[in-house]
Design a protein around this ligand. Structure first.
Ligand SMILES: Cc1cc2nc3c(=O)[nH]c(=O)nc-3n(C[C@H](O)[C@H](O)[C@H](O)COP(=O)(O)OP(=O)(O)OC[C@H]3O[C@@H](n4cnc5c(N)ncnc54)[C@H](O)[C@@H]3O)c2cc1C
Length: 490
């Protein structure tokens, strides 16, 4: 019997319980917050999650998470469907020029998105995890420290717990998994003991604002047509997130440097006014179609972070594995955090199954994490740095991009975009990376796809006009003017 204690019952902690449960393991999931109410609507309205500040922000669950659940946890997929969570397949996200001619092909079945409020998904995941052999939750309990054994390499032997009653207790274990999320304290505790845990950090450059809505009686979601449900206008990004049980939410992501906009957007009337000026959102939030059901939730301090637990090919700590946001964080805009967390949990399960040697386990876990997750992390980091530069340039009416910047923009706007909107083979080649099913640059290894993209780049604009997306909304100056806001000086 191997005893595993998991800190945190969020997505990574639940993913660990799901991936690790088995006849020869006992798994304790220690969670500071109280268990959820059983009812979905009640959970959305009242479940208090001090440990998960992003709980009521829009969440979308990509193909990688969907496929993992479908293939390894089919009963959970049934539970999710019964709870109203929706699977929207590849065909629902097709750009307008490709609709009508769509014919299903092998692989499309993996490119599905799960649409759900985070509370609904978490409620069902937790019920499923709790039903698995050997899994026990210890709710209302905060982990206050690590039990450590000092040797050649530091080894974690358990946790020091504080229950809501104030009673303290130690729990010993063979393995501790840190799934305590973005604000984990474990790294600090280990560093205090002399572990050198290097950390890469890069800004996301945005603030997140989310409001939830519910379709009115007799109303349906608007048709998916020319106006995309997500878009980037440089000074603002928007996304409509369909969810379960007639709910949906809208997220506006505002660059940190847009001071006037980011202050104003938190007011519900300004939030709705901005949405009303973006055709991709406007019909969703039309008061005749839907009613707002929450205030505007705001969230900042968004970063991309990556921790290294191995130095000079030697683990800094044994018997300890950080999974999910405790190990790596990404800008939420890309919707990859939950897929990444559950993937990470399954990597841990593979590594623990492959060897019982603590050092081998630590090295293998670090290597596989780096190999399978770092390419996505790095692609996001680079894209964010580009977006931060773009947002800064938006504020300067005299900005003239240099040749390299013009070239990159032209490749994105005049090659990749029309190629994915007009050619299903190109779209199929790029979507697995979006869904974390393939590395971000995997399509570059397919010469036929690269050739199609280059051919599109060489095609005169007049012949591909119909493949450009419609205008997403007013430009920055016009939006600020319409909202009565002052723009930042150039
Ligand atoms: C605004 C926002 C929007 C996002 N949108 C998406 C999205 O659309 N799609 C997507 O895939 N990802 C999204 N993400 C990312 C996603 O939310 C995270 O990647 C995911 O929740 C990580 O799971 P986790 O279990 O590591 O952390 P969390 O889900 O944060 O869970 C950590 C858990 O640990 C518990 N805990 C913490 N400290 C202790 C302690 N000392 N003792 C006991 N328990 C403790 C907490 O209570 C919590 O339950 C978003 C993130 C943000 C910030």
């Amino acid at each position: 019997m191997e005893r595993i204690v998991v800190i945190g019952g969020g997505i990574a902690g639940l993913g660990c319980a799901m991936a690790l449960a088995g006849p020869d393991r006992e798994i304790f999931v220690v969670e500071r917050d109280s268990p959820p109410p059983a009812d979905i609507e009640q959970a959305f309205e009242t479940w208090e999650r001090k440990g998960v500040t992003q709980l009521r922000h829009s969440h979308v669950f990509l193909g990688r998470l969907f496929s993992l659940i479908r293939d390894r946890h089919p009963r959970l997929l049934q539970m999710l469907t019964a709870a109203g969570v929706r699977e929207l397949g590849f065909e629902f996200g097709l750009p307008s020029p490709l609709r009508g001619s769509y014919v299903r092909a092998p692989g499309d079945e993996n490119l599905s998105i799960l649409f759900s409020r985070r509370t609904t998904l978490e409620l069902e995941m937790r019920a499923y995890a709790e039903s698995l052999q050997g899994v026990k939750f210890i709710p209302d309990t905060i982990v206050r420290g690590l039990l450590l054994e000092h040797g050649e390499t530091l080894t974690v032997k358990g946790l020091s717990l504080e229950h809501q009653s104030g009673v303290r207790e130690d729990i010993t274990s063979d393995i501790v998994v840190d799934a305590s999320g973005r604000n984990t304290l474990c790294t600090d505790w280990l560093r205090e003991q002399g572990c050198v845990i290097a950390e890469e950090e890069s800004p996301a450059g945005i603030l997140y604002f989310t409001r939830h809505y519910r379709l009115r009686e007799g109303q349906e979601e608007p048709p998916r047509d020319l106006n995309p449900g997500a878009g980037d206008l440089g000074y603002i990004k928007y996304g409509v997130f369909p969810a379960d049980n007639r709910h949906f939410s809208v997220t506006l992501a505002v660059p940190e440097i847009e001071l006037a906009l980011r202050t104003a957007v938190v007011r519900p009337e300004t939030f709705d006014a901005i949405c009303a000026k973006l055709p991709g959102c406007a019909r969703w939030i039309d008061p005749a179609r839907a009613e707002p059901v929450t205030k505007v939730f705001a969230m900042g301090n968004l970063k991309n972070t990556w921790k290294h637990f191995v130095r000079d090919r030697e683990p800094e700590v044994l018997g300890f594995f950080a999974v999910g946001d405790a190990a790596l964080r990404t800008n939420p805009l890309y919707g990859r955090g939950c897929s990444s967390a559950v993937m990470h949990a399954h990597i841990l399960a593979d590594v623990l199954a492959a060897s019982a040697n603590p050092r081998t386990r630590a090295l293998q876990f670090e290597w596989r994490t780096r190999n399978e997750l770092h390419p996505f992390w790095d692609a996001i980091r680079r894209q964010d740095l580009g977006a931060i530069r773009r947002a800064k340039n938006e504020q300067n009416p005299h900005y003239k991009p240099r040749f390299r910047a013009r070239l990159i923009k032209s490749f994105a706007d005049d090659a990749i975009t029309p190629a994915t909107r007009g050619n299903i083979k190109v779209l199929r080649a790029l979507m697995p990376a979006f869904h974390m099913l393939e590395r971000p640059t995997a399509f570059l290894a397919r010469p036929a796809i690269v050739a199609r993209i280059l051919l599109m780049w060489a095609t005169p604009k007049s012949r591909k006009q119909h493949l450009y997306p419609v205008k997403l909304g007013p430009d920055r100056a016009e939006m600020l003017r319409q909202l009565g806001l002052k723009g930042a000086p150039a």
